[in-house]
Design a binder for this molecule. Structure first.
Ligand code: ATP
Ligand code: MG
Length: 314
């Protein structure tokens, strides 16, 4: 007789643990079935190809268990590496790259091209059906030029989100494709603008009525002045941490967009360490509670394990 079952390398104790973990995941799978989860994959967390493959597998798995993942990716370090290779010098103002026309060409090539297609390919290799987009496709992201701050330098083609038209994302979701979005928008002048991926992810989560916004970065979450992880944050606490300078640099747009998303109805935003293997699955399917959870108003705190009841649809 043919033995269909694959020879397992697990001993009994390990197998019991796997079964327990799957059991723990069930209420989460039921709760999120058919719901949209926007995941921002930070450029700093995606430098390791093995981690990128792990991330791709997690996203494909999310789709297979019934979630609707939508990925927005960054790419600062990868853009920097290509600019260096072609000998193009750029300046930074308040952590943002001054982006002239030539630089924008490189940004578009790297963000919308190599990084985007690498993620698409890895997800497809893992059994998902990913489709790569920039904000140009289907008129997804309308941008406006980011206003120069006081007397500071003109940032060039650095933009912010003016409007999101989610029709193309909805269409892809309906046909079980996984949208992978590079944060490039189109200005009223018809030009391309580079937008911080956190800002795109936050707005997209709000517009799509996502259940969750997950921001994968290169720190364990939001850290306090003593470098301890803050597991839960609300609006008032965040304001205080920004004021005293504890939250700065690349964490600023992340936290701002997380607050905005939860204020607009996204149930929870999580800032998670993307350098940890299976970071997405850990956050979604276990009671472990990883990273920093941001909730609206004064609801911050450790995440409640979901009820085992089927969700009531809003
Ligand atoms: N209070 C804080 N807690 C944690 N990180 C902080 C804090 N304040 C500032 N940071 C900085 O924010 C960085 C994360 O933002 P950053 O923009 O560098 O990465 P990313 O958004 O994940 O990647 P990308 O911008 O390429 O998409 C951290 O590496 C850290 O240096
Ligand atoms: Mg960033």
């Amino acid at each position: 007789m043919t033995e269909f079952r694959q020879q397992s390398s697990l001993d009994t104790e390990q197998a019991a643990r796997v079964a327990r973990v799957l059991g723990e995941a069930l209420p989460y799978i039921r709760r999120f079935a058919g719901r949209t989860v926007v995941v921002k994959y930070g450029g700093h967390a995606m430098t390791d190809p093995d981690l990128r493959s792990g991330f791709a597998r997690d996203i494909a798995l999310m789709k297979w268990v019934g979630f609707n993942p939508v990925v927005v990716h960054g790419g600062g370090p990868q853009i920097g590496a290509v600019l260096e290779r072609v000998g193009k010098q750029t300046d930074f103002v308040r952590g943002m790259r001054v982006t002239d026309e030539d630089t924008m060409d490189v940004v578009e090539m790297v963000l919308g091209g190599s990084i985007n297609k690498d993620l698409v390919n890895r997800i497809n290799q893992s059994g998902g059906r990913a489709v790569g987009l920039t904000g140009k496709d289907g008129g997804l992201i309308s941008a406006r030029k980011l206003a120069a701050v006081a007397d500071e330098a003109d940032l060039g083609y650095v933009g912010e989100v003016a409007e999101i038209d989610p029709a193309i994302v909805r269409t892809l979701e309906a046909d079980d494709f996984i949208p992978i979005i590079a944060p490039i928008g189109v200005g009223p002048d018809g030009r391309s603008y580079n937008i911080n991926a956190d800002l795109v992810a936050g707005r997209l989560a709000a517009v799509l009525g996502a259940e969750k916004l997950m921001l994968l970065t290169n720190t364990p979450g939001v850290l306090d002045a003593d470098q301890n992880l803050l597991t839960g944050l609300d609006d008032a606490h965040v304001r205080q941490l920004i004021e005293d300078g504890t939250i700065a640099g690349g964490m600023l747009p992340k936290i701002e967009c997380a607050l905005e998303a939860v204020a607009q109805g996204v149930a929870a935003a999580h800032i998670v360490d993307g350098r940890v293997e299976n970071a997405v699955l850990l956050e979604l399917f276990t009671d472990a509670g990883v990273g920093t959870l941001i909730r609206a108003g004064n609801q911050a705190g450790d995440p409640e394990p979901p009820s085992d009841q089927p969700p009531t649809l809003a």
